[in-house]
Design a protein around this ligand. Structure first.
Ligand SMILES: C[S@@+](CC[C@H](N)C(=O)[O-])C[C@H]1O[C@@H](n2cnc3c(N)ncnc32)[C@H](O)[C@@H]1O
Length: 233
């Protein structure tokens, strides 16, 4: 018999109590994260048939599956270093966003054309050292904003997972320079005891940018040798 650690016992017990984890299992959803995007979409009407979408931090594929169902014949490019369960039409880019090869593979997959929506559910591996985890989470938020600036056309929308804590206010200031409307929301499906929130930034201003957003590759500390080049959509 497999022996489980105390933390894995706690995780299992929490999953059993968690309404959305149960609902995901009952409905055959890939992950409970599905419901967070569904709730954001119901509230903000983010997704439409035929849209072009870039998704960052897509594994295991809960959001990917939801987006595929909403955009139909549109174009979805989904990026993560981990394997993503995706439909045949989705262009999967395997790699860390921010690494040069990954960024190039995304550019190829998008045919260097702008998108209507950038979604980032990227989250760092948690070390337990709160200040380090928050710093890493804010780096990912910077990367997501940089993706919005790089890929969204005028009027485009950006959705980013954030963790409340140091750096968030300064980051939001930058986002407001680029987007006409910025909302901070906690979907019901987000665990109430987590610092996770989502920022929905709407209507990218034409030609907008911010001075301090990093445009260069970052050092993720991971091997990114599996990056795939893909067909254009
Ligand atoms: C919370 S999970 C995403 C769940 C996903 N939205 C779903 O619905 O199944 C966060 C993901 O972010 C990914 N991630 C973290 N840093 C990343 C980066 N720089 N580039 C791409 N993905 C990243 C992790 O590998 C992880 O799979």
């Amino acid at each position: 018999m497999t022996r489980r650690s105390a933390s894995s016992h706690r995780w299992l017990a929490r999953q059993r109590r968690d309404v959305y984890a149960r609902k995901a299992a009952e409905e055959g959803q890939i992950s409970r994260a599905h419901f967070k995007l569904e709730q954001l979409d119901l509230r903000f009407k983010l997704l439409r048939r035929g849209q072009r979408v870039l998704e960052l931090g897509a594994a295991p594929g809960g959001w990917t599956h939801y987006v595929e169902g909403r955009i139909g014949p549109g174009c979805l490019v989904a990026c993560d270093q981990r394997p993503i369960a995706a439909g045949a039409e989705t262009r999967v880019v395997v790699g860390w966003y921010g690494d040069t090869e990954t960024d190039q593979a995304i550019a190829v997959a998008l045919g260097d054309m702008p998108v209507d929506l950038v979604l980032s559910d990227m989250a760092p591996n948690i070390s337990g050292i709160r200040s380090a985890d928050q710093a890493r989470a804010m780096e990912l938020a910077d990367l997501a904003l940089e993706a919005g600036i790089r890929w969204l056309g005028p009027g485009g929308d950006l959705v980013v997972k954030l963790f409340q804590g140091e750096g968030m206010d300064a980051w939001l200031k930058q986002v407001r320079q680029v987007f006409a409307k910025v909302y901070q929301v906690k979907p019901k499906a987000s665990r109430p005891d987590s610092r996770e929130v989502y920022v929905v930034a709407r209507a990218r201003r034409p030609e907008s940018t911010v001075a301090d957003v990093p445009a260069q590759a970052h050092d993720s500390g991971y091997d990114d040798s599996d990056t795939l080049g893909l067909t254009v959509c």
